[in-house]
Design a protein around this ligand. Sequence first.
Ligand code: UD1
Length: 421
Amino acid sequence: MDKLVIKGGRQLRGEISASGAKNSALPVLAASLLADSPLKVSNLPHLNDVTTMIELLGSMGLDIILNEDMDVLVDSSTIKNLNARYELVKTMRASIVVLGPLLSKFHQAEVALPGGCAIGSRPVNLHIQAMREMGADIVLENGYIKAKTQGRLKGANISFDPVSVGATENVLMAASLAEGITTINNAAKEPEVVDLARCLINMGAKIEGAGTDKIIIEGVESLSGGEFSVMPDRVETATYLTAVTMTGGKIKIKNTMPDSLTSVIHKLQESGAEISTGKDWVLLEMKKERPISISLSTGPYPSFPTDMQAQFVALNSIAKGSASISETVFENRFMHVQEIARMGGKITLKGNTAFIEGIETLIGAPVMATDLRASASLVLAGLVAEGSTSIDRIYHIDRGYERIEEKLKVLGADIERISLT
Ligand code: UD1
């Protein structure tokens, strides 16, 4: 198992490029199941979750060709079975997004129930309910969702409560090949949903309203593959911007999508960072010695993203003043709090809110990554801490941040990956 060791206290300066978005790449790869001809997907990030999705499609018999840029050509005409096995699904909940495409295209699917994870129970009831409303016959048996339909799925009027990114994506894909019109009410508005819709439209789907809370899909009889480049990763960009707001310095991030970052950019500006943006770049300069503390509440897009909550807990732990951060999307997403407290952070948890009293500096310590975004917050804490921080279980980081130590080194951080195997 690898570790990251960071010696804190350096200002970060330089230019990096954003990677492709994990949360767009995963459903877009699943969309290849719907196509009658191969789908070429580019701008894929080199991440363990992307590899898991490729393995999952490969385990169903899909023919997958990978070139040196990691563009992937997926051909679903060679499919041999319609099973998403537990061994793969348990490592990545997002595997559930194969349910809609399998059912819609092949009229049958067996997808392992993902089970719990570190940030809460994360049920899949909305996915199952929506497929049932579209005419699927579903039983839960031996830890699997066993689904089938007589002929094509049927268009339906679906409403989500709470709003769900994954369930919206599953229905988008299922409805694209269903018979008739599907309306998704209270649809997720996340940019990754819009990106998936863009990919499906490119494949021949008829979709209107992606990016609003009402999406209307008119099912078509067949979809083709083609080529698609996934959007930049907004959470990755936001994480590096937050890092530099904490360490001080200046960063330019290229090949990114500032429009998808509005809520985070506003909070970083409130915190004292100077930010300018172009069509596909963000420039951030932090001249102040310490950021100003920032209170916030997470929520579905365009509200502040839950995937940036942990990083802002880290920011507030060394900020001037006190702040409160409320998590409204996931029930148990504060695993980073006790680790940052090991570094001296003054944080009290009450229900779904963390109260943080900013202190001048954190002190390096051995800490443990517990989930993807929690690990990112520990890296940020390590970058500003006095002395050395070693972060264990960084396989969580490798699920979502491409070459994090290389990018941070480019910016001047003292960070090493230590391979323990
Ligand atoms: C996606 C993102 C994740 C992000 C999250 C919220 C991917 C691969 N992951 O996760 O990074 O943190 O959106 O922006 O895109 N819920 C139910 N029943 C369901 C489904 C969800 O109750 O069937 C609840 C969840 O427990 C949670 C809320 O809905 O409280 C939102 O979850 P959802 O939007 O579905 O998250 P994911 O799609 O899993």
